[in-house]
Design a protein around this ligand. Structure first.
Ligand SMILES: *[C@@H]1O[C@H](CO)[C@@H](O)[C@H](O)[C@H]1NC(C)=O
Ligand SMILES: *[C@@H]1O[C@H](CO)[C@@H](O)[C@H](O)[C@H]1NC(C)=O
Length: 368
């Protein structure tokens, strides 16, 4: 072993160090940016400064999250936090209210608890940013990005076309609107068919506006099986934890129409776009049907909550949650636990069955 060999080792070590430093500087993610629109299932703190009951910025929300309470409506990571990790982002996508400057280039989370497709949805809980507002907030972001690209629309649009857009809306249009007849007139104004059609008409416009602003890779989520969440189980059918099928049936009409809309978009109605339909209804049903296989022991109660099924109201400030969160599908009356979110996100990301992600999964969308 001569001095020369030693030098070569040093040389390759330096080369390796340089390559590693360079690869760490680059964003390791599969797509450059990730923009998120939705409700409390994916809100990560946008409602913290808003006058509303739809807020989760108190313990024990976030009890299993590395930085504790953030405004996320679960014990740990949300569905989109896990998607961001699966996409290779090395930190979570920040909430709209907190993101500044060039950080905007990685994406923004506009989601707001209690929000819906309709502006009035969620008003029973207070203020929120409805889908129309979230799209407007994205338009403001695009104006800032345009400055970063020195007004070069072509390059800006090429950049935005690589981003993933996640849109999950509709749950509150049923929970905190249609099925709350004391507060809203929609249940008497519309049949379930007419209500789904009215929602889809508005949603079509909102998604078209996103496309107009530059979105191309768009993931839309159907409404989950909310006739079976602890909140509904607590209110329905005596003691035997029967799902509310009137709600599930109304949602199925909406979901079927949404899937048809995705086909329509993919057939060229929105040029250059690629839509993915996530079937939350099927994936949430699968979690309950195969609970044992996934390691769940409790499928009909929130881990933290009050009253029957722990579903009468949400988890209260400083309330003691259940000990083993990994045994519960539901964290509170409405929202899944982190463990459930991990299972749901993995399905959306890489399932090839077309049942959960249609016509392709998010991983395939990212690679396009
Ligand atoms: C870029 O797009 C914006 C918004 O559509 C428009 O106002 C502006 O004139 C465009 N700039 C150029 C250079 O075409
Ligand atoms: C539900 O359970 C309670 C207490 O266990 C009982 O008193 C009540 O009669 C039950 N109600 C129905 C509808 O079965």
């Amino acid at each position: 072993m001569g001095k020369c060999c030693c030098l070569w080792v040093h040389f390759f070590f330096l080369l390796w160090c340089t390559a590693k430093a360079w690869s760490q500087q680059r964003d390791p993610s599969q797509v450059p940016c990730f923009f998120i629109f939705g409700d409390s299932l994916v809100d990560n703190g946008n409602n913290n400064g808003i006058l509303t009951l739809a807020r989760a910025n108190y313990m024990p929300y976030g009890v299993d999250f590395p930085s504790g309470t953030t405004g996320r409506f679960t014990n740990g990571r949300t569905f989109v936090d896990i998607l961001a990790q699966l996409l290779g982002f090395d930190s979570y996508i920040p909430p709209f209210g907190r993101v500044r400057g060039r950080e905007l280039l990685r994406g923004v989370n506009y989601a707001s608890g209690a929000a819906g497709i309709r502006d009035e949805t969620g008003n029973n809980l207070g203020d929120h940013m409805a889908m129309n507002q979230q799209v407007e907030n994205f338009a403001r972001t695009v104006e800032v990005l345009r400055r970063f690209f020195r007004g070069d629309n072509y390059t800006l649009n090429a950049y935005l076309s690589k981003c993933i857009f996640y849109v999950g809306m509709g749950s509150n249009d049923y929970l905190n609107n249609y099925f709350m007849p004391d507060f809203y007139s929609t249940h008497s104004d519309f049949t379930p068919q007419a209500y789904a059609a009215a929602l889809l008409k508005d949603y079509l416009q909102q998604l078209t506006n996103l496309h107009g602003l530059g979105a191309r890779k768009i993931v839309v989520t159907s409404v989950g099986q909310i006739g079976c969440i602890p909140y509904e189980l607590a209110r329905y059918n005596g003691n035997d934890s029967k799902c509310n099928e009137e709600i599930n049936n109304a949602i199925t009409i909406f979901n079927t129409g949404l899937k048809r809309l995705v086909d329509q978009f993919n057939k060229g109605q929105l040029p250059g776009s690629k839509f993915v339909y996530l079937d939350s209804f099927a994936s949430s049903k699968d979690l309950v049907a195969n609970a044992r296989r996934y390691g769940f022991e409790v499928v009909d109660k929130g881990c933290c909550g009050v009253g029957k099924n722990n579903g009468q109201i949400t988890c209260l400030p400083l309330q003691q949650p259940c000990d083993d969160r990994s045994k519960y599908i539901f964290w509170d009356a409405f929202h899944p636990t982190e463990v459930a979110n991990i299972l749901l996100a993995k399905k959306a990301f890489s399932s090839t069955s077309k049942v959960f992600a249609y016509p392709i999964n998010i991983q395939q969308l990212a690679m396009m």
